[in-house]
Design a protein around this ligand. Structure first.
Ligand SMILES: Nc1ncnc2c1ncn2[C@@H]1O[C@H](COP(=O)(O)OP(=O)(O)O)[C@@H](O)[C@H]1O
Ligand SMILES: [Mg+2]
Length: 361
C-alpha cells in the first residue's frame, strides 16, 4: 500500500516510521528534499499547489493524506476522487481559518472563547469594546506555534497590535485565564470505528508546546472532550486522527483549536500507548482495524526547541526515548522531542524535571 503524504516534516517522518512495519510505502510532496521525512520515502519536489507535482504524487499513491494544515485550497480542488484523500478536504477548510473553526464549534454547541472577526482598525476597536481586555488578536489563517498572534492588555496596545498583524483577516478572542490546557486525540477509520486516547495535559510557553503529560485522568472532562470530537467527526465524515486543544477553566472545557492530523501533543503515544497516533492514523485511512489506545505507563514528552541537547545525556536517563528530526537549528524551531514512560506519576514528574534541565531553552 502506497501512502502519498502532502508535506515532509517531522510528522511525515513519524508516520513513515510507523507505517513500514505494516508493509506501507511512502511518497512525500514538499518544496525541498532537505526535510525530516525525505530519507524515508520517495520525494516529489514542488509547490503544494503545483499541478504537475500533485499529479506525480497522485500517480504514485493508493491513499493520500497530509501532515500539515495549510494545503492551499486550489491544490485540494484539483485532486481526483481516486486515490482518496483522508482526512476529508472539508476538515482542512475548517482548520485553516480560525473564523470557520469557531463557526463549526458554535454550530455543534462546542463551547469556545468568545471572539469577533476583525478586518480593519475600526473593527478592532469595536471588537475590543465588545469583548473587553485582555484579549488575543490572531491571524485567521497560517498561524502556528504561537506565531501570528499578540495579546492586548490595554487600550494603548490596539495600534501596535494592528501594526503587527493588520492587513490580513484577523480574529479577536477574549483572553481566557485558564487553569491548564488539555488535548484529546481521536481516531475514526473509514469503516466508522472510533477510538480515543486518554486526555493529555499540555504546557505552552510563548504560544509553543513545551511539554505534555499523559494520561491526564479526569473522567468528566474526558467525556466532555469525547462528545466534542464525536460531533466534529460525524459532522465532517471524518477519517484519520483528529486533535482538539482545550482550555480548562472552572472545571469546564473551552475548545481552542482543532488539528485534522497527528499532533505534537500525541507524540507520547509512540512509546506510551499500545498503538501510536501515527500507526492509528495510517490504520484509519487504510480501512484497517484500529489499534488499542491503552497507556503503557505515565508519559512525559518534552519538545526540543531551538537547539538539541546532548543525545548522550538524554539517553542516559532511565526510560527515555529520543527523537531527533534531523533539522537545522533555528530559534523557536521544533528540532526533536523525548518521551519518558514510567510506572508512577512521581517517577514521571522526576523524569520531566530531568528532561527540562537538559533542554537549555
Ligand atoms: N484566548 C486565549 N486565552 C489565553 N491563552 C491563549 C488564548 N489563545 C491562545 N492562547 C495561548 O497560546 C497558545 C497557542 O495558541 P493557539 O490558538 O493554539 O495557536 P497555534 O495555532 O499557534 O497553536 C495556546 O495553547 C494558549 O496557551
Ligand atoms: Mg494551538
Amino acid at each position: 500500500m502506497r501512502i502519498g503524504v502532502i508535506g515532509a516534516g517531522q510528522l511525515g517522518r513519524m508516520l513513515a516510521l510507523a507505517g513500514y512495519p505494516l508493509g506501507m510505502r511512502f511518497m512525500f510532496l514538499d518544496r525541498s528534499d532537505d526535510t525530516p521525512a525525505a530519507a524515508l520515502g520517495g520525494n516529489v519536489i514542488g509547490a503544494f499547489d503545483d499541478p504537475a507535482s500533485l499529479a506525480e504524487l497522485v500517480a504514485g499513491s493508493d491513499i493520500l493524506t497530509f501532515e500539515f494544515e495549510n494545503v492551499p485550497a486550489p491544490a485540494l480542488e484539483t485532486l481526483p476522487a481516486d486515490p482518496p484523500l483522508w482526512p476529508p478536504a472539508s476538515a482542512l477548510q475548517y482548520a485553516q481559518d480560525r473564523l470557520h473553526e469557531k463557526n463549526l464549534f458554535a454550530e455543534l454547541d462546542i463551547a469556545s472563547a468568545p471572539s469577533r472577526p476583525v478586518d480593519d482598525l475600526e473593527g478592532l476597536r469595536g471588537a475590543v469594546a465588545e469583548l473587553g481586555l485582555p484579549a488575543v488578536l490572531k491571524t485567521r489563517r497560517l498561524g502556528y506555534d504561537g506565531k501570528g498572534q499578540t495579546v492586548l492588555h490595554k487600550q494603548d496596545d490596539i495600534d501596535a497590535a494592528w501594526e503587527k498583524l493588520g492587513d490580513v483577516p484577523l480574529l479577536l478572542e477574549k483572553f481566557i485565564p485558564f487553569d491548564f490546557e488539555v488535548s484529546l486525540i481521536g481516531v475514526r477509520s473509514s469503516t466508522g470505528e472510533t477510538v480515543f486516547y486518554p486526555l493529555t495535559r499540555n504546557h505552552h510557553e510563548d504560544g509553543i508546546l513545551r511539554y505534555s503529560l499523559a494520561p491526564f485522568e479526569d473522567v468528566a472532562l474526558e467525556s466532555q472532550a469525547q462528545s466534542a470530537l464525536n460531533a466534529i467527526m460525524s459532522r465532517l465524515g471524518y477519517v484519520g486522527v483528529l486533535t482538539v486543544e482545550f482550555f480548562v477553566s472552572d472545571g469546564r472545557l473551552l475548545a481552542n483549536e482543532m488539528a485534522p492530523r497527528v499532533h505534537n501533543s500525541g507524540h507520547w503515544t509512540i512509546e506510551g500507548a499500545v498503538t501510536s497516533q501515527f500507526e492509528n492514523h495510517l490504520r484509519a485511512i487504510a480501512g484497517l482495524p484500529l489499534g488499542g489506545t491503552t497507556v503503557t505507563g505515565h508519559s512525559a514528552m518534552i519538545n526540543f526547541i531551538g537547539s538539541m541537547p546532548d543525545r548522550r545525556e538524554v539517553l542516559a536517563l532511565a526510560n527515555c526515548h529520543l527523537h531527533d528530526y534531523g533539522k537545522s537549528p533555528r530559534p523557536g524551531r521544533k528540532l526533536g522531542h523525548a518521551t519518558a514512560v514510567t510506572a508512577t506519576v512521581e517517577a514521571r514528574d522526576q523524569a520531566l524535571q530531568a528532561l527540562r534541565r537538559l533542554n537549555v531553552n
